[in-house]
Design a protein around this ligand. Structure first.
Ligand code: B12
Length: 296
């Protein structure tokens, strides 16, 4: 039977994971923006932990997707694959979530834009996703080498994103981040951490008992001044297609603009060198008070 052998992981899972992620941020070539002087895509990380058997994961089947993954079930499938099913004991499953901060210069360059993303945001969005996927695989490998079976649901074969009807995935990194105490949602649906909304998320499940991170007081919208106090609302004016109002975020309209409206950026009409399947936008996450801190 696999048991956690690494003393640092056994003693303080949060510190262990924070260290592994910071080393990867420093060392991975994927965290370098080749066309922007080799600067980092991400400059910082925040890590949070939740218990895998926290009942909040059941509620995500209502508020996210009817087939949203349950950490204990997901891990059971990994343990089966390893022939380690008997290793699961209640309370020994943890969900790890992280938020990677975009480079301040990337945030600044996007804040100057009004129609579509800056070239630097576009590169950071796509290279950032590649980096985060590599980081998830590295974390799974590191945890398993330390004796803790692990699985990254967004890298699994059955991960899916529904874009018809209800737009949602069957594993939401931001909901995992909420469960793991990293912050709250906002009027524009983005997720505001103590270090702001201009962040990229990742999350995974592992068989290790870890102390959960407390969630912020005040519910799932507390960090957003517009959603919790009826003030601010700066992100509404930032949206190039008015997809954000006091009523919230129109995902279909947002998606239409991101996938189709901003195509000219990809086709080079506004300058050469854009990358990826779509431009990336992120205007509602830059040029706003919550870009790089929790406002209020
Ligand atoms: C599908 C998708 C989209 C869709 C829909 C976005 C959406 N808001 O759901 C479209 C194409 C529009 C989109 C656009 C963008 N996306 Co996108 N997208 C995703 C994806 C793949 C799945 C999101 C999902 O499942 N949503 C599910 C629905 C249910 O979420 P929701 O409606 O926002 O959740 C609400 C309810 O749950 C409600 N609620 C009601 N009751 C309760 C009770 C409780 C307890 C809780 C917790 C919540 C709750 O509150 C929430 C907020 O209103 C994730 C990656 C992932 N797997 O997580 C990235 C992700 C959400 N995208 C991201 C980004 C960066 C973007 C863009 C900026 C484009 C870009 N990549 O540059 C824009 C920004 C749009 C925006 N303002 O949200 C980031 C978010 C970063 C952040 N700080 O929040 C993610 C997490 C990718 C990542 N790995 O970091 N995206």
């Amino acid at each position: 039977m696999m048991t956690v052998q690494n003393p640092e992981l056994a003693q303080d899972g949060l510190a262990f994971l924070d260290g592994v992620i910071r080393d990867f941020l420093r060392d991975s070539p994927l965290n370098r923006l080749e066309h922007f002087g080799g600067e980092a895509v991400f400059t910082d990380v925040q890590v949070g932990l939740a218990r895998g058997d926290d009942p909040i994961f059941q509620t995500f089947r209502q508020v996210v997707h009817p087939e949203h993954g349950l950490p204990t079930e997901l891990l059971a499938s990994r343990l089966d694959a390893l022939g380690e099913r008997e290793a699961t004991v209640p309370g020994s499953v943890a969900v790890v979530a992280y938020a990677l901060s975009m480079h301040p210069e990337t945030v600044r360059s996007n804040a100057e834009q009004t129609v579509g993303p800056s070239l630097r945001w576009n590169h950071s969005r796509w290279q950032g996703e590649a980096f985060s996927n590599a980081l998830l695989a590295h974390l799974v490998e590191t945890l398993e080498a330390a004796g803790a079976p692990a699985l990254a649901p967004s890298l699994a074969a059955d991960y899916r994103i529904d874009r018809e009807g209800r737009i949602a995935s069957n594993w939401s990194h931001r909901h995992a981040a909420y469960a793991a105490g990293l912050g709250t949602f906002s009027l524009n649906d983005g997720f505001i951490t103590p270090k702001g909304i201009a962040v990229w998320f990742g999350s995974l499940v592992t068989a290790a008992a870890m102390v959960p991170t407390p969630r912020p007081e005040g519910g799932h919208l507390a960090n957003c001044l517009a959603a919790s106090r009826g003030t601010c609302g700066a992100c509404m004016a930032r949206c190039p297609v008015q997809a954000i109002s006091r009523e919230g975020h129109d995902k279909a309209r947002c998606m239409q603009e991101i996938f189709l409206g901003q195509k000219p950026w990809l086709e080079g009409a506004h300058g050469p060198g854009y990358i990826g399947k779509y431009a990336g936008c992120g205007l509602c996450m830059t040029g706003v008070p919550c870009s790089m801190r929790k406002p209020g």
